[in-house]
Design a binder for this molecule. Structure first.
Ligand SMILES: Nc1ncnc2c1ncn2[C@@H]1O[C@H](COP(=O)(O)OP(=O)(O)OP(=O)(O)O)[C@@H](O)[C@H]1O
Length: 364
């Protein structure tokens, strides 16, 4: 069967391209086919894909004008507005300004060039209960494609005060062409809901909006619009420039850290080198000490032997008395040094040695 809502949808798209607000949404009880109508299947595309294809075909055929097309994709779930192009769920707020009218603050808008890009973006967005696909045609066109949440039997959805109603207010209320696709479940058990849906449909059909073109694009308006676009692009560019700078700073910081670590490593190596050098010096000093001490030992033994043999020592008794304890003290000091109990004892010995030796030489 041909897609039933197609003629109405074409009407909405044509209107949107001519500068009106365009909205298409499906309305009906739960499981009656609203999402199916919006998404369709691979062989039988739904409203979203058909609308996107249609828009780009029409734009391609229009040579007299240029279009800047932005797509945003959001979900209203439990009255929280989530940006489906954003990685994380955010609770976005609805704002209103003289310039932009009613809008969702912080909602990401992707600039697109062809239908494939739009469909790819939509595929990336996560489909949930209530999905709004909002296409903003900056120069001319505002088109909203809406998949409403269904209602359960005897349930009530407070559309009147909902965020959805507020967002769609410009599209539903006045300056808009709207296509409503009502879906009903054919089974007899759903007859009450189906009746309700049909009553809504016939009431909606009677609504007549008095529409006017959103914006007449004379040269001045076009210039103003383009200036704004340039400014926005410059801001984006600045954003990406600052991101590059941030990367550069991060890299420099990492380099600095690496240099610092390298410097510390070198300082440690230098310190180790110094310690090794010191211990090398100490060990050569101690071997020198050892050889001096062995000489002294040898001398003292010789002296002791001489004393023992009372040979050639022409010292007075008083001098002998002085010399002998000194010489006897040498081996004791050496033992003390070797056992490393007292560094001082070693030093004392070393200081005293030359005078003791010279005394021995003089008197020996
Ligand atoms: N015209 C159709 N042809 C074939 N299958 C359909 C058709 N319409 C709906 N369906 C199937 O019926 C089921 C319910 O449809 P769908 O999810 O679109 O309902 P819904 O109205 O969006 O429900 P809800 O309100 O819970 O979101 C799905 O499995 C869908 O594939």
């Amino acid at each position: 069967l041909p897609f039933p809502a197609y003629p109405t949808l074409l009407d909405v798209i044509r209107a949107a391209l001519e500068g009106f607000n365009g909205t298409a949404f499906a309305y009906g009880q739960t499981s009656s086919g609203k999402t199916f109508t919006m998404n369709g299947t691979q062989n039988d595309p739904g409203i979203i894909q058909r609308a996107v294809n249609e828009i780009f075909q029409k734009i391609e055929m229009t040579t007299s004008r240029e279009f800047l097309i932005r797509v945003s994709y959001m979900e209203i779930y439990n009255e929280d507005i989530n940006d489906l192009f954003a990685v994380e769920n955010q609770k976005l707020q609805i704002h209103e300004s003289l310039d932009r009218g009613i809008f969702v603050a912080g909602l990401r808008e992707e600039i697109v060039n062809d239908a494939e890009q739009v469909l790819e973006l939509i595929q990336r967005g996560e489909a949930k209960e209530s999905i709004i696909l909002m296409m903003l045609f900056v120069s001319l066109l505002d088109l909203n494609l809406v998949d409403l949440a269904g209602w359960k039997a005897r349930g009530h959805i407070p559309y009147r005060d909902s965020k959805l109603t507020r967002i769609l207010q410009p599209a539903l209320g006045g300056n808009a062409k709207t296509s409503i696709i009502c879906t009903v479940a054919p089974e007899g058990v759903h007859i009450e809901e189906s009746k309700g849906t049909l009553q809504f449909a016939s009431r909606a059909k009677r609504i007549t909006n008095c529409v006017q073109v959103n914006e007449i694009l004379n040269d001045a308006a076009l210039l103003k619009r383009q200036k704004r676009e340039i400014e926005e692009l410059r801001m984006k560019l600045q954003g990406s420039h600052s991101a590059v700078l941030e990367q550069e700073i991060l890299k420099l910081r990492n380099d600095l850290l690496t240099y610092e670590l390298e410097r510390e490593k070198l300082a440690m190596e230098l310190e180790e080198e110094k310690i090794t050098e010191r211990s090398r010096e100490q060990s050569s000093l101690s071997s020198r000490k050892k050889s001096i001490i062995s000489v002294i030992l040898h001398l003292s033994q010789t002296l002791m032997g001489m004393l023992h043999r009372r040979k050639a020592v022409t010292v007075t008794v008083a001098r002998k008395m002085l010399l002998v304890p000194l010489v006897l003290a040498i081996p004791n000091a050496f033992v003390a040094k070797r056992s490393q109990r007292s560094q001082q004892a070693g030093d004392t010995v070393l200081c005293q040695m030359p005078s003791a030796i010279s005394q021995m030489k003089i008197h020996g």
